[in-house]
Ligand binder design. Structure first.
Ligand SMILES: Cc1cc2nc3c(=O)[nH]c(=O)nc-3n(C[C@H](O)[C@H](O)[C@H](O)COP(=O)(O)O)c2cc1C
Length: 288
C-alpha cells in the first residue's frame, strides 16, 4: 500500500519518498517556482513554462522511484512494455487446432483486439475461420507458455522464422496443456487457464506496415475459475486473479495491489463485516 501524507510509517520497501527542495523542482523552459494562492497552495502546485506557455502542476507527496530522471533516447528492438500473455486457440484448415501464445491483446468492453504477425498460423486461421478462444494463463503457467515460444503451426516455417522456430502440429501436446471443449465456438479452451474467453473475429485488417494483422474479436462467453470470482457476483476478484505479464520478453506476475480505481465495483469487505453495496451485480462476500 502506498503510504499517505501524514500517516505514520515510512515509504513502502524499495520505494523512495522524495520531498524535493524547491530549487530542485523540475525546471522546464525559463521559470519554475511556487504557484497558486491560499492555504497550503505553495506546497501543492508548481508553475513552469513549457513550449512558451505557463502551466501549473499539482505536486503530490508520493514515492518516486526515480526522482531525478533525465531520460535518454534509445532505439529498442521491441516495445513489449508489459501486457498479459494470452493463448489463442484457432482452427486449422484440416479441422485440427492451433495454439498461439501472444501478448498484443487488449480489451474494450466486450471487444478484444489482437495484433498478430501476418505470417503466423494463428493469423492465417483467423483470417479464414473467425472462431477463437482467448485463454489467459496464470503466472505459474509461464513454462508451458515458453514451451510454445519456439513453435509455429505453419508448415513450411515462414522464411523469417527459419532457424529459430520449428513446425509443430500438436501445440497442446508440446506445451503439456490440455484442450477442453468450448460451448459456442469450435476451437477448444485451454484447461487450467483461469480465464477463457470464447470469441469470434469481427474484423481482420493489416497494420500500416503490412507485417501484422489487427483483429477485433467479439467475446461471446467468459469462463472463469471459481477461485478468481467474488462469490455471489459476476466480478473477477483482482486479489485472486493475476495475469501472466510479458515484460520486454520476460515473464512476470503482478505484485501486491497498490490501490483501486474509482470505477472498481468489487466489494472489499473486512473479515466479519458486510461489504458496502456495490450495485446490482455485486453482493457482499459472505464472511469467512
Ligand atoms: C509470450 C509471448 C508473446 C508473444 N506475443 C506475440 C504477439 O503479441 N503477436 C505476435 O504476432 N506474436 C507473438 N508472439 C510470437 C508468436 O507466438 C510466434 O510467432 C509463434 O510462432 C506464432 O505461432 P503460430 O504461427 O502457430 O500462430 C509471442 C510469443 C510469446 C512466447
Amino acid at each position: 500500500m502506498v503510504p499517505r501524507r501524514g500517516r505514520p510509517g515510512g515509504p513502502a520497501a524499495g520505494a523512495v519518498r522524495v520531498r524535493r527542495p524547491r530549487r530542485d523542482r523540475p525546471l522546464i523552459g525559463a521559470d519554475a517556482g511556487r504557484g497558486g494562492a491560499g492555504r497550503d497552495r505553495s506546497e501543492r502546485t508548481e508553475t513552469f513554462r513549457l513550449y512558451g506557455r505557463t502551466m501549473n502542476s499539482a505536486t503530490h507527496d508520493e514515492p518516486l522511484t526515480h526522482p531525478h530522471d533525465s531520460h535518454m533516447v534509445i532505439t529498442p528492438n521491441i516495445l513489449y512494455f508489459g501486457t498479459p500473455v494470452v493463448l489463442l486457440s484457432t482452427e486449422n484448415e484440416d479441422g485440427t487446432f492451433n495454439l498461439t501464445p501472444m501478448s498484443s491483446a487488449w480489451a474494450l468492453g466486450s471487444t478484444v483486439v489482437l495484433g498478430l504477425g501476418a505470417e503466423g498460423q494463428g493469423a492465417h486461421n483467423l483470417a479464414a475461420r473467425p472462431d477463437v478462444v482467448i485463454s489467459l494463463p496464470s503466472p505459474e503457467q509461464w513454462r508451458a507458455v515458453e514451451r510454445l515460444a519456439p513453435l509455429t503451426g505453419r508448415d513450411p516455417v515462414p522464411a523469417q522464422k527459419r532457424g529459430a522456430f520449428r513446425f509443430e502440429p500438436d501445440k497442446f501436446g508440446a506445451a503439456g496443456l490440455r484442450p477442453e471443449p468450448s460451448e459456442l465456438v469450435r476451437p477448444p479452451r485451454v484447461a487450467g487457464c483461469p480465464l477463457q474467453l470464447e470469441a469470434r473475429a469481427a474484423t481482420v485488417r493489416p497494420d500500416t506496415a503490412g507485417r501484422f494483422l489487427i483483429i477485433e474479436t467479439e467475446v461471446l462467453r467468459v469462463h472463469a475459475a471459481p477461485r478468481i470470482v467474488v462469490p455471489g457476483t459476476q466480478h473477477v476478484d483482482p486479489a485472486a486473479w493475476s495475469p501472466l505479464i510479458y515484460n520486454f520478453r520476460h515473464y512476470h506476475g503482478l505484485g501486491p495491489e497498490l490501490g483501486r480505481s474509482f470505477r472498481s465495483e468489487t466489494p472489499r469487505p473486512r473479515p466479519g463485516e458486510p461489504a458496502p453495496d456495490a450495485g446490482e451485480t455485486s453482493r457482499p462476500r459472505p464472511a469467512p
